[in-house]
Design a protein around this ligand. Sequence first.
Ligand code: ZN
Length: 213
Amino acid sequence: MKRSVLIAAVLAGLTIPAGASAADVTADHAVQRDLALAATFWAVEQPTLTSPCSSEQVIVTQMQDGIGVNGALVPAADVWAETALGSCTIDIAPVAWALGSSGDSGTSDMLCVLVAHEYGHTLGLPDTEAVPMMSGSWGRRDDPLCDQAVYGWRWTLHKDREWIAANRGRLRIARIEHQAPAAATASQAVASQPATAPAAVSVPPTAAPAATW
Ligand SMILES: [Zn+2]
């Protein structure tokens, strides 16, 4: 997979800033774009699901140990994102944010797909192989809208173009519904996150056997 290779290459030269404090990146342009794309993606894929959130908050923060696919414990160091089911706060690990906001196309796409996956958790979807975007395997997570937004139509994969073409009408409706400008509440207290059960987690695409996540 071209994307996994890219991410592996970038990871090799990266040091993770330890102990960095939480930062609210909700208002970041790329985050706003990714959230809007995620909302549109899910409106097409799972039209019966409605978000409990008036707006989603995206926080870059240290991860906690989490529960992966099949209830397996995932150590914090292997977690790239955490979102409690039905929560409106998406936590992203500093390493995932550093890569995703670096300007590289491959990792920008990674962040976009990561946000789409985590957005699925805000809708209450668990990690499940029954829904490709909610799969533990990055190879199965595909968001045609991320592909198009990051690479442009010309470089959008054929299967993603087909998805976009097949859903043209629903995409138009979904975009209209989500056009209301998302008033980013950047001042919202990070500390207000409720203490919840272990969140569903995303681990990096280069991590160990797919069967464990
Ligand atoms: Zn997940």
